[in-house]
Design a protein around this ligand. Structure first.
Ligand SMILES: [Zn+2]
Length: 175
């Protein structure tokens, strides 16, 4: 999935006010960032796909992305992000939300990817519901991405705090 992931980051902000928005947005794309790094290092291999109008995404060869997108490692990265955030923010809830933001990437990818998301490592069962692999699925997933992104931004804007009472009192005092 593409920009849809960011929608989750925006939506998570009101639940984790201590976390900066950029960190939450980065968290939702962490697995793709790792994937680029692992591809560059030669540890992972991207799938070879072809897009056709009638069939959607056709996998010509399934890639090897267990380190960034395997279920096991996705859980590990999520827990790591949660732990590091806990240490920095000294707040368990903020850490938990950060971990969930990282893991949300796998969940959304699971819906759209074909079977190139391994449970563990090489040789383990591959998962992926494959919304991308049917003709209308590509269009449906594109709409889904926009809905998630727009919904997340809407939640972020609606719940954004106006200047608090404390702020007003402070200005009054100063005035
Ligand atoms: Zn991904």
């Amino acid at each position: 999935m593409g920009p849809g992931h960011f929608g989750i980051g925006f939506a998570a902000k009101p639940a984790a006010p201590k976390a900066p928005l950029w960190a939450l947005l980065l968290a939702t794309e962490l697995l793709d960032i790792l994937s680029i790094a692992f591809l560059t290092l030669g540890i992972e291999q991207a799938s070879v796909t072809e897009t056709t109008l009638s069939q959607g995404l056709v996998y010509k060869s399934i890639g090897y992305i267990p380190w960034s997108h395997g279920l096991l490692m996705s859980i590990v990265w999520s827990l790591l992000a949660a732990g590091i955030t806990c240490l920095i923010s000294k707040d368990i809830k903020t850490g938990g939300i950060m971990g969930l933001a990282v893991f949300s990437h796998w969940v959304l990818d699971f819906i759209v990817h074909g079977p190139d998301l391994p449970l563990l490592f090489g040789g383990s069962p591959m998962t992926g519901l494959g919304l991308w692999t049917s003709g209308p699925g590509l269009i449906i997933s594109a709409i889904l991405e926009l809905v998630i992104l727009a919904g997340g931004i809407a939640i972020y804007i609606i719940t954004r705090k106006r200047p608090t009472k404390g702020y007003n009192q402070a200005t009054n005092k100063a005035g």
